[in-house]
Design a protein around this ligand. Structure first.
Ligand SMILES: C[S@@+](CC[C@H](N)C(=O)[O-])C[C@H]1O[C@@H](n2cnc3c(N)ncnc32)[C@H](O)[C@@H]1O
Length: 191
């Protein structure tokens, strides 16, 4: 386990498995794979036939996770160094794209670039899962930590997803949050 983030994303992976979101033929991509918490847990829960893919921007986290996977003998996860905004240049296709706690750091143009790239690489019927903090009345402490970030509502993101062509957009209950902020948890399907 690697800190609270890893623990929460492991729980998120388990909840998604329990809800039958995955099939062993899926091509799963975690955008912003961090320490690999989500992917490692998922790889233990489902016997995927294709390697799971992590996209991570930060060199240190890419190296850390590669080392961790080697040490733990986990062979079916690949970590690619790169940005969410270039997802369609980094991978050819996916049937599941998971993205957690990145989009508060990017502006609206970048968000659209990323979501369009995700739409491009998803196979028909493929699913996108987006998790992030949403705006809400916050404690003073949370407000200080969050004032510089771009928090968006489920409705705002749903409308962008719809304009790009996603369907079946709905809120899910997979994410756990460790602070009292609003919850952005969406599932969207590429038709
Ligand atoms: C909260 S962590 C996600 C945790 C991870 N999914 C897990 O399973 O534990 C967010 C990660 O996204 C990475 N990140 C932030 N912006 C990114 C971008 N534009 N492209 C790729 N990765 C990014 C951060 O470096 C960080 O490791």
């Amino acid at each position: 386990m690697h800190g609270m983030d890893g623990y929460l994303t492991m729980r998120q992976a388990r909840r998604m498995v329990e809800a039958n979101e995955f099939d062993e033929n899926d091509i799963v991509v975690d955008v912003g794979s961090g320490f690999g918490g989500f992917l490692v847990e998922l790889s233990k829960q489902v016997a995927f036939k294709n390697p799971l893919i992590g996209i991570e921007l930060v060199d240190g986290l890419v190296e850390f996770t590669k080392t961790r996977l080697r040490k733990e003998g986990i062979k079916n996860i690949r970590i690619i160094k790169g940005s969410a905004l270039e997802l369609n240049k980094l991978i050819d296709k996916a049937t599941i794209i998971n993205v957690g706690w990145i989009i508060k750091h990017i502006d609206d143009d970048e968000l659209i670039t990323f979501l369009k790239a995700a739409f491009d690489v998803l196979e028909p019927g493929g699913k996108l899962f987006i998790f992030e903090f949403a705006p809400k009345t916050m404690s003073k402490m949370a407000h200080r930590a969050f004032h510089a970030l771009k928090l968006r509502t489920n409705e705002e993101i749903a409308s962008i997803l719809e304009s790009i062509g996603f369907e079946g957009i709905k809120q899910n209950r997979y994410a756990k949050y460790w602070i009292p902020v609003g919850k952005l948890s969406l599932t969207a399907i590429k038709p």
